[in-house]
Design a protein around this ligand. Sequence first.
Ligand SMILES: [Zn+2]
Length: 339
Amino acid sequence: MRKIMKAAIFDGKYLRIEEIEKPIISETQVLVKVKAVGICGTDLAIYKGHLPTPTPLILGHEFSGEIIKIGKKIDSSWLNKRVTAEINANLDFDCYYCQRAMYTQCISRKALGIDVNGALAEYIALDSYLLHEIPDKLSFEEATFIEPLAAAYQTFVMMPIEKDDKLIAIFGLGKLGLLLVQVALLKGLEVIVIDGSDKKLDIATKWGAHHAINRLKCQHIPEEIKKITNNLGADIVVDASGNPDSLNNVVKSCRTRGKIHIKSTHGLDVPINLTDIVVREITIYSSRCGPFELAIQGLESGKVQVKGLISSTFTLSEIEEAFNSYESNKDQIKVVIKI
Ligand SMILES: [Zn+2]
């Protein structure tokens, strides 16, 4: 077998395809032939220099592939399995957070594709505890939605819905925002969506979102939301926009004693009107990735739909084009690299 593989290396400024040594697995790891990788807002924040990481780095953390080699201590049933993986590499299973099963917050954690090499390569070595088998009915491309869908579910793990929480406003209909729309509808919430793309607003409305606001055609979004909500504001407002400028609209659109939930990793210091939050006793929540099991169940059962959400596919050698397209085209939902 070849000992060299192709990988997309980010050097702090550019993404380049290079030939590097294929990873060598330990006794407790598997070698995965990567099949598909989704690009997400975090990848873009790194690429644009907003989110500092060690370099050189192989990006990519929403991915799927097939196990082609297993370490000595791995159960042989894993061989040839189609898998995706959580991104919490290097867990110590011993710290304060690990003892409480909060693995995303482990003090030793290194996030794949952010702190250590990720999946935009032909192969990746993975610790077996990260693995989840992909249901047969999901393609490798569809399986790249498991990680962001887990992040959408985590929104409501961290922020339980209470009896007065009837209406949610979701700013930003990227892939995460659109997945959030589906999860919010499954939770029985009335949904307002805000985005600059009519195409994305149409998708959300077809799924059942109750109100759509095109931010490019609306002079004053909070006022529009107040019109819908009896002048109160939304009970829950989620920021999935990746746009720091939208955050004060997020605050103004939330009702007094309502909930704001931040999903975007802006990678920047963001000005926000904290006085308004204090005076109106608004609670701020945040969350990152979450339970893969819930995401896999959601997709396998057909309750969550991802068909039609892959807006472009590129090959590994087209990686810079893929990132530039994701950044510049507001209709892009999910860009997938097929490897
Ligand atoms: Zn730990």
